[in-house]
Design a protein around this ligand. Structure first.
Ligand code: MG
Length: 414
């Protein structure tokens, strides 16, 4: 019996379960179970920095709400959960919402015997191109890494010199530290403005003008220097520059648009529609790259993608680092079906991680190829997932995002 009283044979949700995994405990997978034997869906609830909060929302708010609901009513379930906490669009609640949403799409696909992209309109391309992450301790090492990816056929390559965040970190006498320095690599905006264009000059000299290259600024710059960098990078014709401004300064994209042609990609930190809506509708960015598991799942991503199509903006959903294979599987299904897809960020999972997720997406020479597996096409081996976790003390889990600083100790936005 459904809510309108019609006696229909419908599938309903019986339970939601959060499964913590990965060697550092940073992945959370939600399993939504149904009243049909063996029929369940998976969603990503991973939040590396605040995992217990997402689990709490699912276990105590969203999970009880979806029990007994028809699994096919994805839009209404999304809208109901969206306002269930009254305050909305926080990172924690949107992650929990995304996990339930993606699991419901997985179930709907399995019930239909179709991959999710077929429910979203079918294939808009034969394969999904992805971008690789090339890096090195020096420009020569970076060039070696880029050569490896070029030889493997990757269509787009992200480039950086140095550790996470790339150049601009001072060492030795160049750092000019105060007498009482804090214990941190000092980040210097002017050094970054010099080293980043120099890196691309060397890359263009080696690889020519046509190789598609990107760079991630990780929001490290003040807005004035972000404008300078975008202009300095123009001669190197990047595929895009990523997160040149933090979410707090998105109004500066209007200034950027007036003075530079360097394509702009932004969004991995976005959780609220006010962050991406005007950037798309005012045509201030070129690629929207929200993380599907941070903005409410496939239901939200499809709406963003269709809005972006109307305004000539392409998608480049965020992946990498702390993401799990279920989030990547969801992103690839959306990538395949949206005409205004731009590029997909890749992720390098370890063999033992892939073994815990049968059917996990595998990128071959820079492309992911669709299968006809129903739903997301990915499963979880709970025994192997538990083995990945080992004997980690989840109650004592503590993994805050690291803080970069300037020479004087001022915190730099990541
Ligand atoms: Mg990034």
């Amino acid at each position: 019996m459904n809510r309108s009283g019609e006696d229909l044979d419908v599938t309903t949700v019986t339970r939601t379960r959060c499964i913590r995994t990965r060697r550092d405990g940073s992945w959370t997978i939600v399993m939504v179970e149904t009243d049909q034997p063996g029929l369940y869906g998976l969603g990503s609830a991973s939040d590396r920095y605040n995992p217990a909060a997402v689990v709490q929302v699912i276990d105590q708010l969203y999970g009880p709400m979806v029990q007994g609901r028809e699994v096919g009513d994805i839009e209404d379930i999304w809208q109901s959960l969206y306002t269930a906490g009254y305050w909305r669009n926080g990172a924690v609640t949107n992650t929990a919402l995304a996990a339930i949403d993606v699991a419901l799409w997985d179930i709907k696909g399995k019930e239909a015997g179709l991959p999710v992209h077929q429910l979203l309109g079918g294939k808009a391309r034969s394969a999904v191109p992805c971008y690789a992450h090339a890096s090195g301790g020096s420009i020569d090492e970076l060039i070696d890494d880029v050569e490896r990816y070029v030889a493997d056929g990757w269509p787009v390559i992200r480039c950086q010199v140095g550790p996470y965040g790339g150049g601009g970190f001072l060492e030795g006498s160049a750092a000019r530290l105060p007498r009482n320095p804090w214990d941190s690599r000092p980040f210097d905006e002017e050094a970054y403005l010099s080293s980043t264009p120099a890196m691309f000059e060397a890359l263009r000299e080696r690889f020519g003008p046509e190789l598609k290259l990107t760079h991630d600024v990780h929001s490290h710059l003040s807005p004035q220097n972000a404008v300078q960098l975008a202009r300095l990078l123009e001669p190197y014709r990047l595929f895009f520059v990523e997160d040149i401004l933090p979410p707090e300064q998105i109004g500066w994209y209007r200034n950027l648009r007036q003075v530079t042609s360097t394509p702009q990609a932004v969004g991995e930190l976005f959780v609220h529609p006010h962050e991406w809506r005007s950037l798309i509708s005012e045509q201030l960015i070129d690629f929207v790259r929200t993380r599907i598991s941070k903005i409410g799942g496939i239901t939200a991503a499809i709406k963003i993608a269709h809005l972006a199509e109307a305004f000539g903006v392409r998608t480049a959903w965020q992946e990498g680092g702390d993401n799990d294979p279920v989030n990547l599987a969801a992103a690839l299904q959306v990538d395949l079906s949206c005409w205004n897809f731009g590029i997909q960020e890749e992720n390098n999972f370890r063999p033992e991680e892939l073994a815990a997720f049968p059917g996990a997406p595998v990128i071959e020479n820079g492309y992911w190829y669709p299968t006809n597996s129903p739903g997301l096409g990915i499963d979880i081996d709970e025994v192997k997932a538990a083995a990945l976790l080992g004997d980690i003390d989840l109650a004592g889990y503590h993994a805050p995002y690291g803080t970069d600083r300037k020479a004087d100790g001022t915190a730099v936005r990541p």
